[in-house]
Design a protein around this ligand. Sequence first.
Ligand code: UDP
Ligand code: MG
Length: 307
Amino acid sequence: MKKLSLIVPVYFEEDCINQYLFETIPVLDNIEMEWEIVFIDDGSKDKTQELIKAFADRDNRIKLIEFSYNQGKQAAVSAGINYATGDYLLYMDPDLQDPPNEIPNFVAEIEKGYDLVFGVRKEKIDSTINKIYSRIFWGTLNKFTGLEIPKGLAVMRIFNRKFAEKFMQYREQNRFIEGIFIHVGMKRSQIEVSQRKRFAGKSKFNFKRKMQLAFDAIFDFSELPLKLAVRLGIFMSLLGVLSFIIILFFKLFIIDFAAGWPSIISGIILSLGIQLFFIGIAAIYIGRIYKESKQRPLFSIKEMTNL
Ligand code: UDP
Ligand code: MG
């Protein structure tokens, strides 16, 4: 019999765990497969671990990986994929935004022989500001990275062992997993999922974290910022040559004028500013290379239950 592993990152989700399992376990029991749920606790300081452990004590199909400290959802999901043992791996959040009763549809779709099945949202239940943010985020990302990201990507997705192994070969420290999922490629399908509101608790992704994610995504999957520096550099140089010729022409053949200091100073400030900006961009890449070059482990685990 085949086995299905759920991979569920949790961070301060004490209000969701009970309801999540209450809804999910009956759905899993109805699928003709063995199953396990691998929770990855990303350093919560509430009752999240305690609650999960209580379930894990009674049912060894419920597993828990506890991170030593908060390392981010990207690391949590990577750890889950690393330790899950199923033939199929399904990644979802415990906040019930993507409802568990969609799981059988994912299983049915991947059984058709795909390596990865994405969920896309039928309709997005979110605040207007978040919707605008998503639009800008994914739009910019498509432009910068050339990755073909499905529109309205949901969290829930399923993939097979072959895909999981490919995924784990991506060793980058600066992990933007949505990008990696698409970069792995292989045989891919997508199905529509209905959406609900977050069951309880708050979204952990405030504006700052979202911006951080956007930067991670761009600098991980794109060298466009570096190329822009070269292009702008060429453009500015040509502009410099051109203005020199024009000034010379005016001075020699039309009027004899005295060029003022202000124009020179502003020219210098502008070009220095642009140089500094792009040195900064180069520095960001160097910083990331530095981080990669240390080859630290992708995540740090404190304790594992039922694994
Ligand atoms: N999460 C995590 N580590 C973090 C932040 C979030 O593991 O540092 C988990 C969180 O518990 C949730 C999932 O990532 O299961 C998605 O977070 P959330 O629902 O807050 O984000 P949103 O759905 O609003 O994008
Ligand atoms: Mg959520």
